[in-house]
Design a protein around this ligand. Structure first.
Ligand SMILES: *Cc1c(COP(=O)(O)O)cnc(C)c1O
Length: 375
C-alpha cells in the first residue's frame, strides 16, 4: 500500500472529482436517464441506466480512492449487505453474523434466505474464537466493527486470516467508522460494506449504501447482481452523497470532538452506567481501536435506569433529538431496545452532531441532572 500524499480533508475533496475544465462545474450534476442514445448498436456504449450511470461511476471512483478497492453503490445499507449475501452464498452455505449487530441483517436472513445456515456470534467473542481456530467454518463471516450499537471492535487481520484459512470470505460492516476511520480491505477483508445513509452522506436526508471489494472480480459480481436484481440507487441521492463527501473529514472531526466533550460530562454521572466509547482509555475496545483505526468518530453509548429515564432526558433537553440512525449533523439519541436490539430498555446510542461542544455539554448535563433528581 503506497502511503497517500494528502491528508483526509484534501482526499475527500478530491475523491472522484473530474479534472478541472474551464467553464465546467467542480462536481457535474446528477445524470437522469433510463435509456441512453445508442450508436449503430449497443456494443461499447452506455445503453440503459439499470446497468450504469455516470453519477454512480463518479461516486464509486471516490469510494475506491478512500476504501482502497473497487466499490459498488447500492440504494441503501441493507441493499449493500443483501447484495453480498445474495452474491456470495448458495443454499446450504453457512454464514456467521454478529448476534449484536444491525438487526435487519438477522431479519432478512430469517425471512428471505431460509436456505442458509446462520450462526450468530457475539462481537466481543469473535476475535478470540478466530485466534483459537474455533470460528465455525463458513462461506461468509460478516463482522460489524465497531459494532452498532455496543461499539465493540474485532481484530480484522486475525479474523480475516482465520476465515481465509478455512476457505471462507469476510465482510465488515464499516458504517460506524467510514473509510476515514478504518480501511477494512487493508487488513485482508474481502468486502467493506457500509450504510452511506449515516456519516458518509451525513445530512439525514437520504438512504444509500456501498460495498468496496478486495478483488475486482467480486466487484463485477456485485455489479452483475445490481443490474439483474434492479436494486439500483437514484442518481440524485448518489450525487447528494458525493457532494456531502467533501465535508466528511470536517464533520467527523467535529463529531469526535463533541463526543470527547460529552464523554467527559457523562463519566461518573450518577444517572449513567455502562458508558462506552472506544477512544476512552479503559474501554474494552480501546486497545484494538487505537491499533486498527485511523481516528475517533462521534458515536457513544450508555445506559440510563429504564425507558422512562430516557424519555425524561429527551423531554428535559433542547438539543438532543430523538431519532434513529447516526452520523448526521444533529446530535441524536436512540433508545435501541425499541427497534429490537438485544440491549436493556434504558440503553441509548448517542450520535454527536456538529453543534458547539459547549452548548451540547450544557444541554446534556442539565438534562442528565434532572433525570438523576427525579429518578
Ligand atoms: C443503518 C445501518 C445499516 C442499514 O443501512 P440502511 O441505509 O438503513 O439500509 C446497516 N448496518 C449498520 C451498522 C447500520 O447502522
Amino acid at each position: 500500500m503506497t502511503p497517500t500524499p494528502y491528508g483526509d480533508g484534501t482526499r475527500v475533496l478530491l475523491a472522484g472529482q473530474p479534472a478541472a475544465v474551464a467553464g465546467e462545474p467542480f462536481l457535474p450534476g446528477p445524470v437522469f436517464a433510463a435509456p441512453y442514445h445508442l450508436g449503430p448498436d449497443a456494443t461499447g456504449t452506455r445503453y440503459y441506466a439499470r446497468n450504469d450511470n455516470p453519477t454512480w461511476s463518479a461516486y464509486e471512483a471516490a469510494l475506491e480512492a478512500l476504501e482502497g478497492g473497487p466499490a459498488v453503490v447500492f440504494p441503501s445499507g441493507m441493499a449493500a449487505v443483501s447484495a453480498v449475501l445474495w452474491s456470495v452464498l448458495r443454499p446450504g452455505d453457512r454464514v456467521v453474523v454478529p448476534s449484536d449487530g444491525y438487526y435487519q441483517v438477522r431479519s432478512t436472513l430469517a425471512a428471505d434466505l431460509p436456505w442458509l445456515e446462520v450462526t450468530e456470534v457475539p462481537t466481543p467473542e469473535i476475535t478470540a474464537l478466530a485466534r483459537a481456530g474455533d470460528l465455525p467454518p463458513a462461506a461468509l463471516v460478516l463482522l460489524e466493527s465497531p459494532s452498532n450499537p455496543r461499539l465493540d471492535v474485532c481484530d480484522l487481520a486475525v479474523v480475516s486470516a482465520a476465515v481465509h484459512a478455512a476457505g471462507g470470505l469476510v465482510a465488515v460492516d464499516n458504517t460506524l467508522a467510514t473509510p476515514l476511520a478504518q480501511r477494512p480491505l487493508d487488513f485482508g477483508v474481502d468486502f467493506s460494506v457500509a450504510s452511506d445513509t449515516k456519516a458518509m452522506s451525513g445530512h439525514s436526508d437520504l438512504l444509500l449504501g456501498h460495498v468496496a471489494c478486495r478483488e475486482a472480480t467480486m466487484a463485477d459480481r456485485l455489479r452483475g447482481f445490481r443490474t439483474r436484481s434492479g436494486v439500483v440507487p437514484g442518481p440524485f441521492e448518489v450525487w447528494l452523497a458525493h457532494r456531502s463527501l467533501g465535508t466528511l473529514d470536517v464533520r467527523l472531526r467535529r463529531q469526535a470532538d463533541n463526543a470527547a466533550a460529552l464523554v467527559e460530562r457523562l463519566r461518573g454521572h450518577r444517572a449513567v452506567s455502562s458508558l462506552r466509547y472506544p477512544w476512552l482509555a479503559g474501554d474494552p475496545s480501546y486497545d484494538l481501536a487505537a491499533r486498527q483505526m485511523l481516528r475517533p468518530v462521534g458515536v457513544i453509548s450508555f445506559e440510563l435506569a429504564d425507558a422512562d429515564a430516557v424519555a425524561r432526558l429527551l423531554a428535559a433537553s433542547r438539543l438532543l433529538a430523538a431519532a434513529t440512525s447516526f452520523g448526521g449533523l444533529h446530535t441524536t439519541v436512540d433508545r435501541r431496545a425499541q427497534f429490537g436490539d438485544r440491549v436493556p430498555p434504558g440503553f441509548v446510542r448517542v450520535s454527536c452532531g456538529c453543534e458547539d461542544a459547549v452548548d451540547l455539554v450544557a444541554d446534556l448535563g442539565a438534562a442528565l441532572d434532572s433525570v438523576a433528581v427525579v429518578g
